[in-house]
Design a protein around this ligand. Structure first.
Ligand code: F6P
Length: 326
């Protein structure tokens, strides 16, 4: 196998707080190991268009605490085509790139997996998404920060909910996974949590709202994961057919603010560890793997497992939520 001299790094898919800390760790670890580093802007889109530029250690100053990604991000349609991937390969070759570190979610790893079946360039992935839905890692970079952002927002909504005796349906992100909703629900003491992983939620909700009415409970927080089977928070309310309007129902969609902000200490720590681990994996001739974090240890998980595997919601967490909602 040819000696690795030059690597590239990119961020792709939805941005997540801590991506900058991961880029910093990759760049500094690479330089520490005497490798050259190239940054690719706008993820795979930039790989196709040739948005490549040299990164140095000094470029990484003062970014560990910044949200978003200095490399920018995109969801590339063209990379899904053979022609797009060919252009991307030509740009990597032209710039003598020996390996690539990709920071993103399952879409990013799927793209990397397909690319490396056709072209002989090692790809190593770092899980970066607020959704925390990647199989093979206990946490993804950005989840902890998003969770704290959601908790802060809900605490504020609770103040006004209790002042006005209202019931708020709050919609949070997570695509088709309920991790943000479940963890935030437990952390804020929400009265009910609707997540995509569970069936029959509307019946459950009706029972809860009936009990709340009977008990004269004046304010409630219902957390709705955006991907749940009924739909977003507004759809859930629509399905109640006005039966609970006397609870003073309001809908609040938190939206993209969940993806912004300075990363928490945990996300910076995780990003730093995984960034170094990704470079070391490349030097160790690993390819098509994600560096993940499981039971406080760095682990290597093949891309095809991270994509195909579904990360299950922890049953114990569901039980904790249920017990504390009485
Ligand atoms: O995957 C991260 C995420 O924020 C999801 O939670 C959400 O469903 C999606 O991205 C939104 O994507 P976009 O910013 O492209 O609308």
């Amino acid at each position: 196998m040819a000696k690795i001299k030059k690597i590239a790094v990119l961020t792709s898919g939805g941005d997540a707080p801590g991506m900058n800390a991961a880029v910093r760790a990759v760049v500094r670890a690479a330089i520490y190991h005497k490798l050259e580093v190239i940054g690719i802007e706008h993820g795979y889109e930039g790989m196709i268009k040739g948005e490549l530029f040299k990164l140095e250690s000094k470029d990484m100053r003062n970014i560990i605490q910044r949200g978003g990604t200095i490399l920018r991000s995109a969801r590339s349609k063209e990379f899904k085509t053979e022609e797009g991937r060919k252009k991307a390969f030509e740009n990597l070759q032209k710039n003598n790139i020996d390996a690539v570190v990709v920071i993103g979610g399952d879409g990013t790893f799927r793209g990397a997996g397909i690319f490396s079946q056709d072209y002989d360039i090692p790809f190593v992935g770092i899980p970066g998404t607020i959704d925390n839905d990647m199989f093979g890692t206990d946490f993804t970079i950005g989840f902890d920060t998003a969770l704290n952002t959601v908790v802060e927002a809900i605490d504020k909504i609770k103040d006004t909910a209790s002042s006005h005796d209202r019931t708020f349906f709050i919609e949070v992100m997570g695509r088709d996974a309920g991790f943000i909703a479940l963890h935030a629900g437990i952390a804020t003491g929400a009265e009910a949590i609707l997540i995509p992983e569970l069936e029959g939620q509307i019946d459950h909700l009706r029972k809860f709202l009936d009990a709340a009415k009977a008990a004269d409970k004046s304010s409630n927080i219902i957390l709705v994961a955006e991907g749940n089977k009924i739909g977003g928070a507004q759809e859930v309310v629509n399905q109640l057919n006005g039966d609970y309007d006397d609870l003073g129902i309001r809908v609040n969609v938190l939206g993209h603010m969940q993806r912004g902000g300075s990363p928490t200490a945990f996300d910076r720590y995780l990003a730093s560890r995984l960034g170094v681990a990704a470079v070391e994996a490349i030097l160790d001739n690993q390819r098509s793997i994600m560096v993940g974090y499981s039971n406080h240890e760095v682990v290597h998980v093949p891309f095809n497992k991270t994509i195909k595997g579904h990360r299950n919601i922890n049953k114990e967490l569901l039980e904790v939520a249920d017990i504390l909602m009485i």
